[in-house]
Design a protein around this ligand. Structure first.
Ligand SMILES: NC(=O)c1ccc[n+]([C@@H]2O[C@H](COP(=O)([O-])OP(=O)(O)OC[C@H]3O[C@@H](n4cnc5c(N)ncnc54)[C@H](O)[C@@H]3O)[C@@H](O)[C@H]2O)c1
Length: 371
């Protein structure tokens, strides 16, 4: 007989935006979650999400929520640059966490958060989500089992609709701090670095371009670069988040090739397999622009709404984390150390592109061009 004591969860959700709601809806269905509290700054959003989740407690203060006696686990799903304070408060309370990517937007903050979590011995994971798509899990299995031999070359091409970039640039007063690598390239990088576990990156050489988003938003369009590992392995990564709004992929398309001494694996995650064309605008799900009439369905990274529920990787990731916290089961989710390394590497791409020369890895907080 299995000896497994399930722990009942009182879940705090800090930041009840899109992701907070998705994860909250999954949590509300999880058998071990008996209590849900939310902290959300925007009162209308707080009311809307509280009603959807039938939340037990609602506040605009994450300090108040995280101090509640019912809370024994927390999801931190605030905007990218607002993770650090609620994480540090959750550390004070010793709470296991699921933190949205990126861990922080500045390297000094990310290092601070990593050190605090590690020294407090807190069990925390970071929501990189794409690891939970079955195609990436299947690829990881083949790479780990050695089916490709020793990996020698990886390529990743991430193509994104500029809607995501515009949304990010409009939400910030510091567009120079928002980079496609840090916000979105980190997803492709996380997948590849997960495949390359055990190899040590030693150098990055990158270039960036800003002709489309530069003039209006002061933003970067695309970054492309090569990472070299200590054993000579090469990883070529490209991200553009400046594809025109009429590009059929609403959000993210990824194409990865992994070449080894004894095999090759190509993974098409571009979502051309389900194409919707319609003359009628449908506002359901992720539908950010009413002029778009053709869509590669499935390009929204969290997954898709179907029959009133989120289906896809963010659901599986959330369930996997809840199972880890309540049942002690393993999860392939990114660790906080993985997330810090991802941020460091995305920052190194940006630094190399700005300096127009190779940059030795790892870089540290003083090399962070945005802090
Ligand atoms: N894993 C994935 O696939 C994935 C997908 C999309 C977004 N994300 C990440 O999730 C995070 C949230 O993104 P989103 O799309 O849900 O953004 P969002 O803007 O919809 O939600 C963020 C919410 O946090 C609230 N908030 C901010 N600071 C707060 C605070 N101190 N206390 C309480 N509430 C606060 C805001 O009012 C907002 O409602 C980001 O880090 C983003 O990068 C991850």
């Amino acid at each position: 007989m299995r000896d497994r004591q399930a722990k009942n969860l009182g879940l705090a959700i800090v930041g009840a935006g899109r992701v907070g709601l998705f994860r909250g809806e999954v949590a509300a269905r999880h058998p071990q979650v008996g209590w849900i509290g939310i902290a959300e700054k925007n009162p209308e959003r707080a009311k809307f999400v509280a009603e959807k989740l039938k939340a037990d407690f609602v506040t605009d203060s994450y300090e108040e929520l995280l101090s509640r006696p019912e809370v024994n686990a927390a999801i931190i799903s605030t905007d990218e640059h607002l993770h650090v304070d609620p994480i540090m408060k959750a550390v004070e309370h010793g709470l296991p966490m699921l933190i949205e990517k990126p861990l922080a937007t500045e390297l000094a903050d990310s290092a601070k958060v990593l050190a605090a979590i590690e020294s407090a011995g807190i069990d925390a994971v970071v929501g990189y989500t794409q690891r939970f798509r079955r195609r990436w899990l299947a690829a990881k299995e083949k790479v780990s089992a050695g089916q490709l031999g020793d990996i020698t070359l990886v390529t990743s091409r991430a193509f994104m609709n500029r809607l995501v970039a515009i949304d990010n640039y409009k939400r910030t007063t510091h567009p120079e701090r928002i980079s496609p690598m840090v916000i979105s390239g980190t997803h492709a990088l996380d997948i590849v670095m997960w495949m390359m576990q055990g190899k040590t990156p030693v150098e990055v050489y990158a270039r960036a371009i800003d002709k489309a988003l530069g003039p209006e938003y002061k933003g970067i369009d695309a970054t492309s670069g090569v990472v070299t590992f200590s054993d000579g392995t090469i990883y070529q990564a490209t991200i553009s988040w400046a594809l025109p709004v009429v590009w059929p992929g609403a959000v993210y398309s990824l194409d990865v090739g992994i070449v080894g001494t004894e095999g090759v694996l190509t993974i098409d995650d571009t979502h051309r397999d389900i194409v919707l064309a319609t003359s009628k605008f449908q506002g359901e799900g992720y539908a950010p622009d009413a002029t778009r009439r053709v869509d590669f369905m499935g390009s929204y990274p969290p997954g898709d709404m179907a029959l009133g529920e989120l289906r896809g990787p963010m659901r599986e990731e959330t369930d996997s984390w809840l199972n880890r916290v309540s049942l002690g089961l393993p999860t392939p989710a990114a660790t906080v150390a993985d997330a810090h390394k991802n941020l460091m590497m995305t920052k190194a791409f940006d630094l190399s592109a700005r300096l127009k020369r190779p940059v030795a890895l790892p870089i540290d907080a003083k090399d962070d061009i945005y802090s």
